[in-house]
Design a protein around this ligand. Structure first.
Ligand SMILES: C[S@@+](CC[C@H](N)C(=O)[O-])C[C@H]1O[C@@H](n2cnc3c(N)ncnc32)[C@H](O)[C@@H]1O
Length: 455
């Protein structure tokens, strides 16, 4: 909330004092003072907004929401409280309602850059790039031409360019990044944006130029090394951990809504069905590699065994923990989890929509075989590389790996799996309005150890 636009009368000074107490963690004192202040003027929404802040500091999300709703009820026309409600809802992952409130706040203060910039953040959290783009453009239109090179305006231009990339309008985004780079030649963000545009538009020269520039800025950065390898037509064996963790930490709050409802992602549901067909008595221990928010456990429901989840994204793991269906969750790379797990350990291993980031399966499949108990199953999904493509393809548009089904089958056989079923799916989920083809593998480890798996 912002209270700096309010006159500095004694009442406001009291509010500032409460704000400081909250900021310094003196919550009981803040609460006491807040009660007195609220009683003094029960019609002023500001103590309620501070009450929401206090509730947040005390880890009480319900109290936070109630307080800010009461503030809005008192001042439905005050954009500050309406936007605060949008923010609280957004943090609590109620994105549809958050956007609705943000729209109201923008309607109340259409020329307020601060309201617009908070609205953009709400739209970003909701993965609504179209809305974020519209508000970023509205905000930019408020900036006079002679102020366009000031840092705030550069940020807005960057925001517009980013949203154009997110909405697939690379040709429109490209000149915006180019102009930003004229002003800020060492901006990694602008180089990243320009690189994404060049890659999407198939401009190899520019793609390489920006990849080189990024690596020159930070030669040891694994992300830049990886991006440069791609720009020069190489297929790195796997994605750097930092890229995966950043991507999914930023995605965790809206993952389920976006992927399952928005993009019709159905792999966890399908894999849960396959597991329950294999283990109808629900008695099995499951390793969920790249468990994400725990969708597989949700579709499975409780089982008479342990579900262990591993993931590189702490925020995704936090969401998985909320399901209370996992016995343990580990923040670790699936490659390390597979390497470090003792042999003959699990009845089942699942890996849904994860190998598209892991890439090379040369170690994954033999290790999965090794840590399964005899008779166990490894179930995983891949995006499809056509049979006339390479065994492993890194798609530059999506930055994800696709695998050739025949090669995956061969790796499974070499590892020792004796029954390998591949279910081809026309639609793993939607991508850019089109169904994205893939396949789900169910590989069975024989009851006798006959494999050539990694030691
Ligand atoms: C698309 S999500 C799928 C999540 C979950 N399996 C599902 O089906 O809903 C991919 C997940 O894999 C995780 N991931 C990707 N590469 C990983 C790696 N090398 N090690 C651990 N986790 C990884 C990501 O952090 C993310 O949570």
């Amino acid at each position: 909330m912002t209270i700096r636009t309010i006159p500095t009368d004694a009442f406001t000074q009291q509010l500032v004092r409460i704000d400081q107490l909250i900021a310094t963690g003196k919550l009981p004192q803040a609460g006491k003072l807040l009660n007195t202040t609220h009683r003094r003027d029960p019609h002023d929404p500001r103590p309620l907004l501070l009450g929401a802040k206090l509730a947040r500091a005390a880890n009480n999300p319900q109290g936070e929401l109630q307080a800010v709703q009461r503030a809005v009820a008192l001042s439905p026309e005050w954009p500050v409280s309406v936007m605060e409600l949008a923010f609280v809802l957004s943090r609590q992952q109620q994105h549809t309602e958050a956007l609705e409130q943000a729209r109201k706040a923008v309607a109340l203060a259409p020329d307020d850059l601060e309201v617009l910039s908070r609205a953009i953040a709400v739209a970003n959290a909701a993965s609504n790039a179209e809305q974020a783009l519209e508000w970023a453009r509205t905000a930019l239109a408020l900036v006079p031409e002679d102020r366009m090179t000031l840092p705030g305006a550069q940020l807005l231009r960057y925001e517009v360019a980013q949203q154009l990339v997110r909405t697939g309008q690379h040709a429109q985004a490209q000149p915006l990044f180019a102009r930003l780079l004229e002003e800020l030649p060492d901006s990694p963000g602008a180089h990243q944006g320009a690189l994404a545009c060049a890659a999407a538009l198939g401009d190899t020269g520019l793609h390489r130029q920006h990849a080189d520039a990024l690596l020159a800025l930070e030669p040891d950065n694994p992300r830049y090394q990886y991006q440069r390898a791609i720009a020069y037509g190489e297929t790195p064996a796997t994605q750097p951990e930092e890229i995966v963790a950043n991507l999914f930490d930023g995605y965790a709050g809206r993952f389920d809504l976006h992927l399952v409802r928005g993009l019709k992602y159905r792999v966890p549901e399908l894999v849960a069905q396959r597991l329950l067909e294999l283990y109808p008595d629900r008695k099995f221990n499951l390793l969920d590699l790249g468990c994400g928010t725990g969708l597989l456990a949700i579709f499975l429901g409780p089982i008479e065994g342990h579900i262990i989840g591993v993931d590189l994204s702490e925020k995704m793991l936090e969401q998985a923990a909320r399901t209370r269906l996992y016995s343990r969750l580990h923040h670790v790379n699936v490659l390390d989890a597979l390497r470090e797990t003792p042999s003959d350990h699990y009845e089942a291993i699942a890996c849904n929509d994860v190998l598209i980031y892991v890439g090379d399966l040369g170690e994954v499949i033999p290790n999965a075989w090794r840590i399964l108990k005899p008779g166990g199953h490894f179930i995983f999904s891949c995006e499809t590389a056509a049979e006339d493509e390479a065994d492993l393809v890194l798609r530059s548009a999506s930055n994800r790996y696709a695998h050739k089904a025949s090669h995956v089958e061969q790796l499974c056989r070499q590892a020792g799996f004796d029954d390998i079923r591949i279910e081809h799916l026309e639609q793993l989920r939607m991508e850019g309005g089109q169904p994205l083809p893939g396949f789900v593998v169910v590989a069975h480890k024989s009851t006798g150890h006959a494999g050539l798996a990694a030691a």
